[in-house]
Design a protein around this ligand. Structure first.
Ligand code: GDP
Length: 444
């Protein structure tokens, strides 16, 4: 990921300065030069970088520096503050209120990640106790409604759309009216995108906007457009006046720094960034937290919010373990909990210092393996899930059926069952210990 590389380069430039015995103007200039070239390589506008350089130099003011001042701290703070300024639009984003219908409309070019992000955002609010739903107003692209339906069903989010109606204004009006009557807190309207900024696209956006009167219009931008983000957001803004932006695919190979800083220059708040294809790959964007994470300083507030929003399901498993039982379903729930937390590296980025410690260890392979294990268990019947797993060892055809159903191999099914047996064995021991402790009156 390019943004992570940018963070590493800036961090190492600052640490080099912190480690050097003498901090003189030459060392300071060297650090500034390295930071600036890292930013330019991450596609940040040259003019913005040059301003950042000037500002840091001005704040530190090396020539007139008081000899008693802690130079290293001062420089580090100046770098941090200027990076925050670079991505800060200086404008507060809209905050939805509970107890009323907040209509959010999405706009953007086709392929930018609009439909995916609509569902991610609905799920985000749903996890925070809002009643959220989706309306598909994309009647232009065949299959758009199916895609939204699929995503929404997976995330258990109510949706509205039509296979036959070709007027997007009508569909969006009907959908929003229906959900308003049903007292949904968050109604997200996905509109159609085109390959280019065509006249009809803009006219359609305006008509939908007039029909659903959104509380907030969000533009979705693909990070790979880099510095062109500024021009594109301006073009959209002239027609559909949006109040916030979500930048997607910041996990990709594109130098996301370009899009983020270009958007900040338009003084429109970036509210979230998309960091992957998974439903949970949506991170709230706040300039300070973003820079803090970029520089490996963590985002503890983000971490706490993230864990709280997950509603990890532990109850049944804990009860089972106390009884010395561990069903296949318990294994599925536990793996699900790990998956809900998101990739390990993402969690590590929120914990100060941990991402540096983990270095370049990739977690793609690990999370793919976990996903396949879950697919396997999702292909089991309720009875099989609640079993102790023995029904599989007695019946190889059962294993073949599951492998077919989940698109995996018998070998992988066996691996899941081995994992389950191991954990069931541990649960049995723990259950016995707990029972003994209870007998002896030891409090738990
Ligand atoms: P739309 O045409 O704007 O509605 O775009 P889609 O929602 O269909 O997304 C286009 C593609 O981008 C899909 O393959 C998504 O899975 C992918 N995508 C969306 N957001 C992200 C993201 O943040 N990261 C990555 N890697 N892919 C994304």
């Amino acid at each position: 990921m390019v943004l992570a590389d940018l963070g590493k380069r800036i961090t190492s430039a600052v640490s080099d300065l912190a480690r050097s015995n003498v901090v003189d103007e030459k060392v300071f200039d060297g650090m500034l030069k390295e930071i600036c070239s890292a930013l330019i390589e991450a596609d940040v506008n040259v003019k913005l970088v040059s301003n950042l350089r000037k500002s840091i130099k001005h704040t530190v003011n090396f020539k007139e520096l008081n000899p008693n001042v802690n130079k290293k701290r001062l420089i580090q703070k100046a770098v941090f503050d200027e990076l925050v300024k670079l991505v800060d639009p200086h404008s507060e984003p809209f905050k939805p209120k509970k107890g009323r219908s907040n209509v959010i409309m999405f706009v953007g070019l086709q392929g930018s990640g609009k439909t995916t992000t609509c569902t991610k955002l609905a799920r985000h609010y749903q996890a925070r106790g809002f009643k959220a739903c989706l309306v598909c107003a994309d009647t232009f692209r065949a299959g758009a409604f199916d895609q939204l339906k699929q995503n929404a069903t997976k995330a258990k989010i109510p949706y509205y759309g039509s296979y036959t109606e070709t007027d997007p204004v009508k569909v969006s009006r009907e959908g929003v009216e229906k959900f308003k009557k049903e007292r949904f807190d968050i109604i997200i309207v996905d509109t159609s995108g085109r390959h280019q900024q065509e006249k009809e696209l803009f006219a359609e956006m305006v008509q939908i906007q007039q029909a659903v009167t959104p509380d907030q219009t969000i533009m979705v931008l693909d990070a790979s457009i880099g510095q062109a983000a500024e021009a594109q957001s301006k073009a959209f803004k002239e027609s559909a006046d949006f109040g916030a932006i979500i930048i997607t695919k910041t996990d990709g190979h594109a130098a996301g720094g370009g899009a983020i800083s270009a958007v900040a220059a338009t003084r429109t708040p970036i509210v979230f960034i998309g960091t992957g294809e998974h439903m949970l790959d949506l991170e709230r964007f706040a300039p300070q937290a973003f820079v803090s994470k970029l520089l490996g300083m963590g985002d503890m507030q983000g971490l706490v919010e993230h864990v709280q929003s997950l509603k990890l399901d532990q109850k049944d498993t804990m009860k089972h373990i106390q009884e010395g039982i561990f069903t296949v379903r318990d294994l599925r729930d536990q793996l699900g909990n790990i998956m809900k937390m998101g990739p390990l590296s993402k969690m590590a980025g929120m914990i100060p210092g941990l991402s540096q410690m983990m270095g370049d260890v990739g977690d793609e392979e690990g999370s793919m393996k976990l996903k396949r294990m879950i697919y396997i268990m999702d292909s089991m019947t309720e009875k099989e899930l609640d079993s102790d797993g023995k029904c599989f060892t007695d019946s190889p055809t059962r294993m073949t059926r599951i492998a077919h159903g989940s698109g995996t191999s018998v070998r992988e099914v066996e691996d899941v069952l081995t994992q389950h047996r191991m954990m069931a064995g541990m649960a049995k021991k723990m259950g016995k210990n707990m029972a003994n402790m209870q007998k002896q009156g030891v409090g738990m």
